[in-house]
Design a protein around this ligand. Structure first.
Ligand code: ASP
Length: 323
């Protein structure tokens, strides 16, 4: 029988609805803790609660704490399930994907409706995640997100709806597997995975989104804060308004890495346009193009990689070539 560790971290999956006020809040006792061993599951389960916070309060320090815990216990278990709030679930999933070194299953799940709400997906998603973790096919796939009968890669998954239980989607490539009543079926796999060994997250990396009429003001304000790096969700294939260019140049001239992703939710950024602020122009200035990541994920990747190198070419290689 497999040994699985559940790591509870908070979020709606750990909350209950107050039937008088309708408010969904944290409880003294996790409503799902100790339930798993009463269910007929193909695994022996241990559970820990290193911290319990709504996921808007999750920081990279929490993520690193989780990654270290999984790395430390990787030999003791056959797989790990992390329960987490859904708001920042995709960020923790991707952080773990970059920092956890095991090839055993590491699954993150959450819930859109707390345990005592009608139609709750809390226990269901937990059971689906445990079943997926117990599957031999879940090995060597990096960190996975299991919600609503679907299995997604940490790299591609994103929360798409504020309240629908089908919120987690991989808009670019779809899920890599499904959970059915009887089986766990993978129909895709990952091609490669790169991990980074880090001990701390000390860098100050900002994320901003481009918009029509944007000028250099926000870039100058961020520049004054002496950032270690900046990620910009650019327009379309990777373009910025012309009035941002000179402020951006000053940042790049100081060797502060600027990573460009797109604010579109599909496609990758490419240096197509040669006008001022166009992708080709930005690339020639030294802006680094990220290979299909969302802004929040590119930010985490920069936060992590900056702990290992500040060399421009190494960062460029990392963002352009690896996932
Ligand atoms: N606001 C909640 C959280 O992320 C939402 C959820 O868990 O579904 O903690």
């Amino acid at each position: 029988m497999k040994n699985i560790l559940i790591i509870h971290t908070g979020g709606t999956i750990s909350m209950l609805e107050n039937k008088n006020t309708g408010e969904v809040t944290t409880t003294n006792r996790h409503p799902l803790k100790d339930l798993s061993n009463q269910l007929e599951l193909p695994a022996q389960i241990d559970e820990i609660i290193p911290f319990s916070v709504p996921s808007p309060q999750i920081t990279p320090q929490h993520m690193l704490q989780l990654a270290k815990k999984i790395n430390e216990l990787a030999d003791d278990y056959d797989g790990f399930v992390v329960t987490h709030g859904t708001d920042t679930l995709e960020e923790t999933a991707y952080f773990l994907d970059l920092v956890v070194e095991t090839n055993k299953p590491v699954i993150i799940t959450g819930a859109m409706r707390s345990t005592n709400e009608i139609g709750s997906d809390a226990l269901y998603n937990l059971i689906s995640s445990l079943r997926t973790t117990a599957s031999d096919q879940a090995w060597n796939k990096g960190v996975l997100v299991v919600m609503n009968d679907e299995i997604h890669t940490a790299r591609n998954v994103t929360k798409t709806s504020t309240s629908n239980v089908a919120t987690f989607q991989s808009p670019q490539y779809g899920p890599i597997g499904i959970v059915t009543k009887d089986s766990i079926i993978f129909h895709h796999t990952i091609l490669s995975r790169v991990t980074y060994s880090i001990n701390e997250t000390t860098k100050n990396v900002f994320l901003l989104k481009a918009y029509a009429g944007m000028n250099g003001q926000i870039l100058e304000a961020i520049h004054a804060l002496k950032p270690d790096g900046i990620v910009i969700e650019g327009l379309g294939q990777g373009n910025l308004p012309i009035d941002t260019v000179s402020s951006l140049q000053q940042i790049i001239d100081e060797n502060i890495p600027v990573i460009l992703v797109s604010r579109c939710y599909q496609g990758i950024v490419q240096p197509t346009y040669g006008y001022d602020g166009g992708g080709k122009d930005l690339k020639d200035m030294g802006v680094i193009f990220a290979n299909g990541l969302t802004g929040p994920k590119a930010r985490l990747k920069l936060l992590i990689t900056l702990e290992t190198t500040t060399n421009h070419d190494a960062l460029k290689e990392t963002f352009e070539k690896s996932y």
